[in-house]
Write a protein that binds this ligand. Sequence first.
Ligand SMILES: [Zn+2]
Length: 293
Amino acid sequence: MTEPAFVTSELRYAGFCRHPEAMLIRGGSWRPTSIPALFAVLRHARFGVILFDTGYTSRFLEQTRSFPARVYRWLTPLVLNEADTAARQLAGMGIDPGSVGRIIISHFHADHIAGARDFPSARFVATEDAYHRVKRSGPWGRLRRGFLPGLLPEDFPDRVDLLRPEDFKSEGLPGLGPGVDLFGDGSIQLIRLPGHAAGQVGALLRLPGGARQFLIADAAWTTRSIREDRPSHRATGLILDDASSTTETLSILHRLIERDPSLDVVPSHCPQRALRQGPGPSSPGFTARPPPA
Ligand SMILES: [Zn+2]
């Protein structure tokens, strides 16, 4: 019998910002911690290299020079070594950024799409809900939604495949509903994660040997939040699309890992996870408390 289709997954981080840990998780320390911006390099035997998000690039700084976008830069003080961008890290892995065929955009916050312009041949996939919500916003609405349109390539509308509600019909996950089977072979399912940003999706991966990894973007900010079902600081409610569904999604994730501890759930900004994984080839300033034993 042949093995079902799978992808390999390599977690990487491009840039980080600094915030008190207590903002990420209620009851956390008020000491600042480094909050990494994840992207994942997925490889599929037939479809080649696929990225899940892109992390930061210095375009974030270019795009936040003037008001009101400048406020975004104050809220998320970025530390970025150019060698840490997704394109540079891929080149270091022997992957030509021009060969990346697909980029899954979990949602349109700047720390997830800042590298989009570095992959000229990639097609993008995102939900229609996520894209329309940010595209139709004015300058202040964009700031509130963490969206900087200049981060997307000019031909983005021609290169994006937008997922409509009726496209969600694969098995999915209990509590989160059906997913979109990206390649029709079960290797990557995109699954809705409501609350943090309109139309946010995560990627449920089937890895070699059948293990499963769930890239959940910003549905939770740390692994501990999920384990303890403990949300972020109340103040972060201001930037959430919907605070009550954020809490609900977190509880669903908590129940999922209780039921299946082998499911590897990966938040995009967990400092401890990045520390375990290696935060980036040149992030000497990255400091976070080591994962609890
Ligand atoms: Zn984020």
